[in-house]
Design a protein around this ligand. Structure first.
Ligand SMILES: Cc1cc2nc3c(=O)[nH]c(=O)nc-3n(C[C@H](O)[C@H](O)[C@H](O)COP(=O)(O)O)c2cc1C
Length: 207
């Protein structure tokens, strides 16, 4: 399978789905091709215009571009598994959230809002032929140190960003195999319900 065939095989064949959603996936092999300033700005705009609780916009993005100190410092927070592949990506972003409202209360929606912003960024990236791969596998204390010791900053995920590359770049056999994995999800009946315990699409009890 050529890299082009592999990337094509990841596109979801779901009629009516937005093309960028159907194309979004999380590769581990990235091409040695930079992401332009304009592309990066557009991705950050896509995140910036996400919905958030009380329009609080708690998301923050520490953007590291290779070569660069910020990039190296974000890469250093990653767990060994992610360090094997993520440095192939030309951009690493430490996505974090402000966990307090301006009134000093806990913002219970901070990570939800950050997730929405990251999802919009990932879909916008897919529309541009780019890919965003989120990682929870990083050292939280090291990330906290990097974004500032203020306790109201909450590390969310590290994002690898770049153009998908040739899976042959992944020299580790397990990593290489994962890149070819079939994309799978739980069936709709397992995640959506028309009443408690009644799978969506089943008989909806009438009252
Ligand atoms: C919050 C979060 C944390 C993740 N952490 C990692 C990670 O540490 N390492 C990794 O290789 N992938 C990580 N992933 C990627 C998921 O494994 C991937 O999104 C999932 O398998 C679905 O694949 P898809 O994004 O290609 O549809 C993470 C994804 C999310 C949303």
């Amino acid at each position: 399978m050529t890299p082009e065939e592999l990337h094509a095989s990841k596109i979801l064949p779901i009629p009516g789905m937005l093309p960028a959603i159907a194309r979004r996936w999380s590769p581990r092999a990235y091409a040695d091709r930079p992401v332009s300033d304009a592309e990066l700005r557009l991705l950050l705009e896509a995140a910036r215009w996400a919905a958030s609780s009380s329009n609080g916009q708690p998301w923050r993005f520490l953007v590291g571009r290779r070569p660069g100190t910020t990039y190296d410092r974000i890469a250093a927070t990653l767990v060994p598994f992610n360090q094997q592949w993520a440095p192939l990506a030309p951009v690493l972003i430490l996505a974090h959230a402000v966990a307090r409202t301006p009134h000093g209360n806990t913002n219970h929606y901070a990570l939800f809002d950050l997730g929405q912003a990251v999802a919009q960024m990932a879909v916008q990236a897919a529309a541009l032929g780019l890919a965003v791969h989120a990682m929870g596998g990083f050292d939280r204390a090291a990330a906290q140190q990097l974004i500032g010791p203020q306790e109201d900053f909450l590390p969310g995920v590290v994002l690898a960003l770049g153009y998908p590359g040739n899976p042959a770049l992944l020299t580790d056999a397990d990593m290489h195999a994962r890149e070819h994995d079939h994309r799978a999800r739980k069936p709709l009946e397992e995640i959506a319900f028309s009443a408690p315990g009644v799978p969506f699409g089943g008989d909806e009890p009438h009252s």
